[in-house]
Design a binder for this molecule. Structure first.
Ligand code: GRF
Length: 185
């Protein structure tokens, strides 16, 4: 069965990274089990997807996150936009990962999510973007980088076309990163 992984999705999240993680665990690419998918709202589309995948789901109210993750060995954030309280980071012993759709430390921080990230990358004239899986700290988008995958930014890219290219990388990077931290112990 391996370590138990809880995946925390956003209120409006599609859940595509959640799905990539669940499939990677089920295929044996990642030696762990998808234990629980959590959201702060029952209407999160990712919860419906998780139920379709046969994963247990749970919603939690403000200040109930610490309680909701009791029993999880790892917590993976996938589209969750709020800061994780220090008490939860401590409780998880630092075993919390997040995925960000750019090459951190650039294009991270408060307000840098979704299309804002890709707009900023295109506006800055960067030739390259990608995604970053990192450990979670009490600050936005900080913490040790585990995996980064890169792709070109094309001259005619819109935030949507760049987001799609980066998302395809995210679905590879997150399982790779989880497998890596698990094998590192
Ligand atoms: C991804 O782009 C991820 O990098 C960011 O939020 C988005 C979630 O997408 N943190 P999805 O719900 O996993 O499809």
């Amino acid at each position: 069965m391996g370590p138990k992984v809880a995946i925390l999705v956003g209120k409006y999240g599609r859940g595509s990274n959640m799905e990539a993680l669940v499939r990677a665990m089920r295929s044996g690419q990642v030696q762990a089990s998808p234990w629980l998918v959590l959201a702060g709202s029952d209407s999160a589309p990712a919860l419906t997807l998780a139920r379709e995948l046969g994963v247990t789901t749970r919603t939690f109210g403000p200040s109930e996150l610490a309680q909701a993750v009791v029993g999880a060995d790892w917590l993976c954030l996938a589209g969750y936009l709020s800061l994780i309280p220090a008490v939860v980071i401590e409780q998880m012993g630092g075993r919390i990962l997040n995925i960000h759709p750019a090459l951190l430390p650039k294009f991270g921080g408060k307000g840098m999510y979704g299309s804002h990230v890709h707009e900023a990358v295109i506006r800055s004239g960067e030739r390259e973007s990608g995604c970053t899986v990192h450990r979670v700290t009490a600050q936005y988008d900080e913490g040790e980088i585990i995996v980064q995958l890169r792709c070109p930014v094309q001259q005619n890219d819109t935030p949507e076309t760049l987001a799609a290219r980066v998302l395809a990388l995210e679905h590879k990077a997150y399982p790779m990163a989880l497998a890596q931290v698990l094998s590192d112990g």
